[in-house]
Design a protein around this ligand. Sequence first.
Ligand SMILES: Nc1nc2c(ncn2[C@@H]2O[C@H](COP(=O)(O)OP(=O)(O)OP(=O)(O)O)[C@@H](O)[C@H]2O)c(=O)[nH]1
Ligand SMILES: [Mg+2]
Length: 368
Amino acid sequence: MGVLEKIAAIQEEMARTQKNKATEYHLGLLKGKLAKLRRELLEPQPGQGGGGGGQGFEIAKAGDARVSLIGFPSVGKSSFLSNVTNTKSEAASYEFTTLTSVGGLLQYNGAEIQIVDLPGIIKAASQGKGRGRQVIAVARTSDLIMMVLDATKGDDQKEILENELESMGIRLNKEKPDISLKLKKTGGVKLNSINPPVHLNEKIVAALLKEYKIHSADVLIRDENVTIDDFIDIINEQHVTYIKCLYVYNKVDVVSLEECDRLARLPNTVVMSCELTLGIEDLKEEIWRQLGLIRLYTKRRGIEPDFSDPMVVRNNSTIQSVCDAIHRDMKNQFKFALVWGSSSKHSPQRCGLNHIIHDEDVVQIVTK
Ligand SMILES: Nc1nc2c(ncn2[C@@H]2O[C@H](COP(=O)(O)OP(=O)(O)OP(=O)(O)O)[C@@H](O)[C@H]2O)c(=O)[nH]1
Ligand SMILES: [Mg+2]
C-alpha cells in the first residue's frame, strides 16, 4: 500500500469512528499516524528534487516581506497582482491561467512588499493534485497568506483551502502551542503541567511519542487547553509552520450589496473588486497592518531625518537589528542610540542594543 492509500485508509477509519470519551485515545493515535504519513509525503522522494518545491517554481525572496496569493483557479489572483504591482501576470477567464509563481513588488508606506501570484489550487492539492504541493511549499515561506476567495461562490471554498494547507503542516492564525518537548536517552516519558491538561494525559502522550519511536522525554504543558493535534504538531515541529492569513473576497461587483456586506463582516476578511478597483486601498492598509512592519527614520547628529525614506524592519525589532541592517560591523562600533518616538520614555532616550523600537521612531546611532 502506498502512502496515499494508507492516508486514505486512516481517514476512512477516523470518519467511521464515533467521537466520544471512549474513542478519544484511539482517535488520537490515528491522528498521530496520519501526521506521520503526511510528513513522509512532504519529504523529498528519491529522484525528485526538493520537498515539493520543484525546479524553477520557487522565486527569490525580495523586498521587506512576502505575501502569497492562495486560492482556487480564476478567483482573480493574477488580476490582483497586476493591480497593485508593476508586474503583469496574465489573467484570463479560463482556469489554470497561471502555471508558475510570479512575483511583484507592492510599494506601501516606504516598504516593498513582495506579492507572489501562484497557480490556483484545488481540492486534494496536498496529495499532489495539480501543482498543489509546489504552491503550498511557496506559501509556507511567506509572512502572510492572502486567501483569495470568489464572492460569487459558496462558503465551502475557505474550508477546502484551509484543509489543504492544514494537511501540509500550515497552521493559520494560530500561535505555536505552549508545550515543551525535551527528548532524553532513558527514563521513560514524563508529563508535567501547571494545571492538568483537559485533552491529554501521560498515557496518550507516551503512545503518540512511541509512534515516532521516542521512548524517553520530558513533556511540559503550560496551557491546560492544548489538544492532541497541538501535541502532534510539536512532535513534528520541523514540518509545521504558523502563518497569518487574511481572507479576501474578490468580484464583489457581481454580488448584491447585502451579500457584499455579509462577507465584509466575516472575521479577518476584506472584500474587493479587481475589475472596478474597489477596496484595494483598504486591503493594502490591512496587509500592512497584518505584516506588522515598522518604519524607522535614521538621522545623523544635527541633521533632520528624511521622512520620505524610512528604513523598514520587522515587528519587535531591536536597535541591534537596526544596526545589523545598516552594516554588519555596526554593533561593534556601537556606543548608544538616541531614540525619539513612542518607544522612548522621553525624547530623546538614550538606549542600548536591546531596546525594542516602534513604528515611526527616529533613531540616531552614536558610535565609538
Ligand atoms: N467580475 C469580476 N471579474 C473579475 C474580477 N477580478 C478578476 N476577474 C476575472 O476573473 C477571471 C480570472 O482572473 P485571474 O486573475 O486570471 O484569476 P486567477 O485566480 O489568477 O486564476 P488562475 O491563474 O487560473 O488560478 C478573469 O476573466 C478576470 O477578468 C472582479 O473583481 N470582478
Ligand atoms: Mg492566475
